[in-house]
Design a protein around this ligand. Sequence first.
Ligand code: MG
Ligand code: ZN
Length: 225
Amino acid sequence: MGRIPIMSDVTSANAALADALRRELAERGILTLNLIASPGAGKTALIEWTIKRLAGEYRIAVIEGDLTTRLDADRIIAAGAPAVQINTGGGCHLEARMIRDVLAQLSLDEVDILIIENVGNLVCPTGWDLGEDAKVVVASLPEGDDKPLKYPGAFDTAQAAVINKIDLEPYLPARVERLRANIARINPELDVFAVSCTTGAGVEAWLDWVRQRVQRKRAQGNEAS
Ligand code: MG
Ligand code: ZN
């Protein structure tokens, strides 16, 4: 009879599957990013900018995690990239097996960058490896500049942080520089970008980070082969 899995079995199975995914994606030279944020921080908007600005340079595909709708996947397709929707049916994070199950729906031979938009949640997505090369945490200024102190795990496990909605600073008590300082307190290694996905301010520096990561990924692939 099957036994009731305990958490450590579930997470170690997830880790093994994530490692297999990472190997497969690496063999294809695909850079994979896992975007984590609270609902409404602007993950989808950041992906839209990334698709539009890198069009003609890199081929991007997106896996969209949402509770029930496919609204974000439709936005991604409208922005010009293939998107696959995962509805978690209320589940608050994506798991490696969910990525595995939808990967065949993407033409991976035609993909340079795979972006996974996790379910809006700053807590448990940080504990689930999806086979990504990097986690990217998106924090918007209206959420407050103390976000990193309240949700350190998200900032601790990420390789980059994007501060969004900086154009709203004049109307808010939160300050971009305080948010930066709090991010640095939690994880001084993080690459931090301050952007507005409304005006496009700061987006170019984020795109340069993505470009560098793609180049590094390809260089690693060439070394391995
Ligand atoms: Mg979204
Ligand atoms: Zn969860």
